[in-house]
Ligand binder design. Structure first.
Ligand code: FES
Length: 268
């Protein structure tokens, strides 16, 4: 969902709430007016007609009749009273201004907080055509890993048993490819690949990782972290926004590269 869509939703919800609020006020007001015009029984309140006068002589004592007067006679509101009073107008103006301010404030906050990453590290990176990459990093290319600077990861071939939870999460078994985060899990140095040992060897404190990123030696607490790999339309897509924690020490799922194949680049 784009930030624009979210901003629209916020505005629509604010306007909807405002509409409901105003409708509620209008309904209550109409009910009040109707109540005033008809009384609590729902029938129009009318004054009882006065009884006809009778001619009386002075000798005759007029008969006194007591007529019950309604306790309180409610008058219907005049058109002026039913219109919008100055106080109501001011209340509505203040409420509208406040709601508008809230809407803009909400949009501003959302747009400030919403991540604006539109490419590069932290997003999905298309590394290239799947067949070309497999040729380059697989047996045909002597298993030489391919570094993708834009995503800060190494693409390496993988043909192990995948007996660690992380392999299922990154699609390594399915595509025979891994995207290894080049950041050393010890203290964060960039880890280069050593072409002679076929290990990743950290120049800072000498941590070493196998070609598949599993821990081999040094102070690192685990294997290299990695990113999920998928193939879409024949292209390798790596999601660098979803770092998967590397496998624990002692994991060894590909015997072919479990030991260095030549001399070390960082002999520590
Ligand atoms: S940062 Fe890599 S071994 Fe310390």
């Amino acid at each position: 969902m784009t930030p624009g869509t979210i901003a629209l939703i916020v505005v629509a919800v604010s306007v909807g709430l405002w509409g409901l609020f105003m409708a509620n006020i209008a309904i209550r007001r109409e009910r009040k007016v109707a109540f005033a015009a008809t009384g609590p029984s729902g029938t129009a309140t009318r004054q009882a007609p006065a009884p006809p006068r009778e001619e009386t002589t002075p000798e005759e004592k007029p008969e006194v009749t007591v007529q019950k007067v309604p306790e309180k006679q409610l008058k219907p509101l005049t058109p002026e009273q039913m219109g919008v009073s100055r106080r109501q107008f001011l209340n509505r103006a203040v409420s509208s201004t406040f709601m508008t301010f809230l809407g803009f404030f909400g949009m501003g906050t959302l747009s400030f907080l919403w991540p604006k990453v539109l490419g590069g590290f932290g997003t999905e990176i298309t590394a290239g055509g799947y067949d070309d990459i497999i040729k380059q990093v697989g047996p045909e290319g002597n298993f030489a890993p391919l570094f993708i600077p834009e995503g800060r990861f190494w693409l390496t071939y993988y043909d192990g048993t995948a007996d660690a939870a992380v392999y299922a999460a990154i699609g390594a078994k399915e595509y025979k490819l891994q995207a290894l985060y080049r950041k050393c899990v010890h203290l964060g140095c960039s880890v280069p690949h050593c072409g002679t040992s076929m290990l990743f060897e950290c120049p800072c404190h000498g941590s070493k990782y196998r070609l598949n990123g599993e821990y081999y030696g040094g102070p690192a607490p685990r294997g290299l972290d990695r990113f999920p790999v998928t193939v879409r339309g024949g292209k390798v897509v790596v999601d660098t926004g979803s770092v998967q924690t590397g496998p624990p020490r002692g994991t060894n799922t590909w015997p072919k590269f479990s030991e260095p194949v030549g001399s070390l680049c960082v002999p520590v």
